[in-house]
Ligand binder design. Structure first.
Ligand code: ADP
Length: 155
């Protein structure tokens, strides 16, 4: 059986925290599909095409990782691609509360889909994309927060 997990998110932009969770989850699944949600009400800071291009660059050497975009409900996307797992990262108690709500709602709608959580590595537990965007917007250096291979690309 092909164990397929969807890792949904905005990845606006991808950080070392995302990268770490995805790489640590790799031994658990046959394929991880990093799914960039495109929400018509939420435009995002970086264009979705660039976010996808960066993710593909970061994971180019890893055949078990694919990157796609999706719109609509995450469970509908999981059904469409045949995923049995959703992967999410947990940094804080606030993440837990938020994820618990979404996870239980998803479970009510699609009981056969399991949400799998990995705790964030301590060094990344304060790292989030919105802070990285704020630093970028104000002309700061974001290189220590984003995967090394992207340094200099996020102009
Ligand atoms: P969303 O738009 O759903 O908030 P994000 O793109 O911010 O998604 O994050 C996608 C997933 O990555 C979420 O499960 C989030 O908890 C996890 N994540 C984000 N930053 C980190 C981090 N620094 N360490 C571990 N997991 C993280």
């Amino acid at each position: 059986m092909n164990k397929l997990a969807v890792f949904p998110g905005s990845f606006d932009p991808i950080t070392r925290g995302h990268e770490s969770v995805i790489l640590r989850a790799l031994p658990l699944f046959d394929t991880i599909l990093v799914a960039v949600g495109s929400n018509s009400e939420k435009h995002g800071y970086f264009p979705i095409e660039r976010r996808i291009e960066w993710l593909r660059k970061v994971f180019a050497g890893e055949p078990k990782i694919r990157v796609e975009s999706y719109s609509g409900l995450t469970i509908d996307y999981c059904r469409k691609v045949g995923a049995a797992y959703i992967l999410r990262g947990l940094r804080t108690a606030a993440d837990f509360d938020f994820e618990r709500g979404i996870g239980l709602m998803n479970r009510a709608m699609m009981p056969e889909l399991e949400t799998v959580f990995l705790l964030s590595s301590p060094e990344y537990s304060a790292l989030n994309s919105s802070i990285v965007r704020e630093i970028h917007r104000n002309g700061g250096d974001i290189s220590v927060f984003v995967p090394e291979i992207l340094n200099g690309l996020m102009t």
